[in-house]
Design a protein around this ligand. Structure first.
Ligand SMILES: [Zn+2]
Length: 289
């Protein structure tokens, strides 16, 4: 299988990178794709879209917040190698989502994709290069395999990108983490996706009772940090995902898997709670052959 992204461009606007999303869906190749969350917590977040089957599988990472070495070990468990990475798409560049040493370990043909708001920070931490593609709100085609539609939401000073990703045959994945506050725009952007991976960061009571400093509690709960279990459950109801929800980025100190999933009891979708260190079972996103 050819690489998923073109490599010749230095930094191109998304519409030059492949067919525009509008009207492009019929051109998407019917290729099996699955989602595996490799790790998800404030110690490191990394998910993989695994495209294709057998020895020719390719990988698109959504965030790379665990070291190349740890990621490679996770890949080995799945029969994959780092050389199969074609792209790393960043939601934002906080250290738990972007380990800068990836700039040295990215395979030669692969590239980073990030929002324009994160460009200056990328330069500071040394990951901006010829192989970086900057996006804003335009859909970014991934060489006929999928279309990535970003939207910027509030998180700390630079914001966070959330994604609606449409695969061959029209199946969709919503991916949203480190979302400061639920917004109508976010609901609109992710409405009715087949699979929704979304953070469910903290239990408000555990947060309040924790010995964290007041400034940190305010940062997390104040609208530009993270979503509580309750906010996530309410958002998910509004987004109305069709099949599957994956809860991401649970706080180890201020949450438990049981508290997070309790709010989704009897929901009309299946639920997976991502583990801080262990890969989840692959979730299929497009047709298998
Ligand atoms: Zn984070």
């Amino acid at each position: 299988m050819p690489s998923l992204v073109r490599t010749e461009a230095i930094e191109v606007s998304p519409h030059l990178w492949g067919p525009r999303a509008t009207g492009a869906q019929s051109n998407l190749r019917e290729t099996p794709v699955s989602l595996v969350v490799l790790a998800s917590s404030s110690s490191g977040n990394c998910s993989a879209l695994i495209v294709g089957s057998g020895a020719t599988r390719r990988i698109i990472l959504l965030d790379a917040g665990i070291s190349p070495r740890r990621t490679t070990l996770r890949f080995a468990e799945l029969g994959l190698s780092r050389d199969q990475i074609d792209a790393i798409v960043f939601t934002h560049l906080d250290t738990d989502h972007c380990v800068p040493t990836w700039a040295r370990f990215l395979p030669k043909h692969a590239r980073f994709l990030m929002h324009k708001r994160h460009r200056a920070r990328a330069e500071r931490i040394g990951i901006l290069s010829r192989r970086t593609t900057i996006f804003e709100s335009d859909p970014v085609p991934l060489d006929g395999i999928a279309t990535l539609s970003p939207a910027l939401l509030s998180h700390d000073s630079l914001g966070v990108a959330v994604f609606r990703i449409e695969f061959a045959g029209g199946r969709t994945l919503g991916f949203a983490t480190d979302v400061g506050a639920p917004t109508p725009n976010m609901v609109h952007h992710l409405k009715g996706v087949d699979v929704l991976a979304i953070e469910s960061n903290y239990c408000p009571r555990m947060q309040e009772a924790s010995d964290r400093p007041v400034y940190l509690k305010r940062r997390i709960t104040g609208g530009s940090g993270h979503l509580s279990n309750e906010q996530t459950a309410s958002l998910v109801r509004s987004i109305a995902p069709r099949e599957h929800v994956v809860l991401l980025h649970l706080s180890r100190q201020c949450n438990t898997p049981d508290l997070a999933q309790r709010l989704h009891a009897d929901a009309p979708y299946s639920l997976t709670v991502a583990h801080p260190d262990e890969p989840i079972a692959p979730i299929q996103l497009s047709a298998m052959h």
